[in-house]
Design a protein around this ligand. Structure first.
Ligand SMILES: Nc1ncnc2c1ncn2[C@@H]1O[C@H](COP(=O)(O)OP(=O)(O)OP(=O)(O)O)[C@@H](O)[C@H]1O
Length: 267
């Protein structure tokens, strides 16, 4: 029997892996200095991939080129054979405080992309209610962003990004502005959403623990001009919990990633 492709609860090795995003011949330079030269990458469908590497190696630039926020100098990026314009994506910014519209209640922030896409009142309401139930929201979404905690604001950002049912969710350092308690909370929410929807996720991370915890694959980058140092697979079963961090498989994966990272930093 063949395992279904989109069943994130199954261990990765039991599932067939399909490529979702294909990056070919990507080049990018800033002020004449090459960051990426003829860079190739495949990102799997229905998986969580973290991007990790030395400071300034181009983690955010890579994700932002794939998400269409930064133009490429050369190269081709396709989503299941389609262009970015033909693909629904979601994006979660690092600075949640600046990402939400302060003049809109949380609920209107979440509904914003749906209204922009022209959905009717009833459809918007139904989708927002679905998200509220998926996220098991227990705070008042009629509040304005400034009335919410950092973790609640980041939750609203993630709900807004997921509202149009994106094929890919991009997250740029989603935990870096959060304290540890909130980091654990948001990680759990992201994992829940992933288990429920199987959405492909790409996460840029500064923190090795974050990079390993949620991921099926960890993309370790070199110093610039940036290449792939290693594209690790981490197939520890889900759901992962804070206790998973003491699991020998987690400890070993983190140690391996750290070793590669240190090698690259010293290179
Ligand atoms: N708009 C820009 N103009 C000039 N240089 C840029 C620009 N954007 C990024 N860079 C340079 O490109 C390199 C990669 O930047 P990027 O932010 O992608 O790296 P990063 O790995 O995400 O960094 P960090 O670890 O510091 O978050 C850095 O050296 C940065 O200074």
């Amino acid at each position: 029997m063949t395992a279904p492709v989109s069943s994130p609860a199954l261990p990765v090795q039991l599932q067939r892996e399909r490529t979702h995003i294909t990056v070919r011949g990507l080049s990018k330079a800033f002020q004449g200095s090459a960051l990426y030269q003829n860079f190739d990458l495949d990102l799997p469908e229905g998986r969580i991939v973290s991007i990790f590497g030395p400071n300034g190696c181009g983690k955010s630039t890579l994700m932002n080129m794939i998400a269409g926020l930064i133009p490429v100098d050369a190269g081709k990026i396709l989503f299941d054979g389609k262009t970015l314009k033909q693909t629904v994506i979601g994006y979660v910014f690092q600075q949640y405080r600046e990402a939400l519209f302060p003049w809109m209640r949380a609920i209107d922030n979440i509904a914003y992309p749906l209204r922009r896409a022209g959905l009717g009142k009833a459809q918007v309401k139904a989708r927002v209610e679905e998200l509220v139930s998926e996220f098991e929201i227990r705070f008042d979404l009629n509040r304005y962003p400034y009335e919410l905690s950092g973790g609640q604001q980041q939750t609203v950002c993630i709900m807004r990004a997921l509202a149009p049912k994106p094929e890919v969710l991009f997250l740029d350092e989603p935990f870096s502005a959060l304290d540890y308690e909130m980091t654990l909370f948001i990680r759990e929410k992201l994992q829940d959403v992933y288990l429920k929807t199987g959405v492909t996720m790409v996460i840029v991370s500064h923190d090795l623990e974050d990079a390993v915890y949620l991921s099926d694959r960890i993309l370790l980058l070199t110093r610039r001009p940036t290449r792939i140092a290693e594209y690790m697979t981490f197939d520890m079963p889900r759901p992962r919990t804070p206790e998973s961090m003491a699991d020998p498989r987690f400890v070993a994966a983190k140690a391996k990633a750290l070793e590669i990272f240190q090698r690259e930093v010293r290179a």
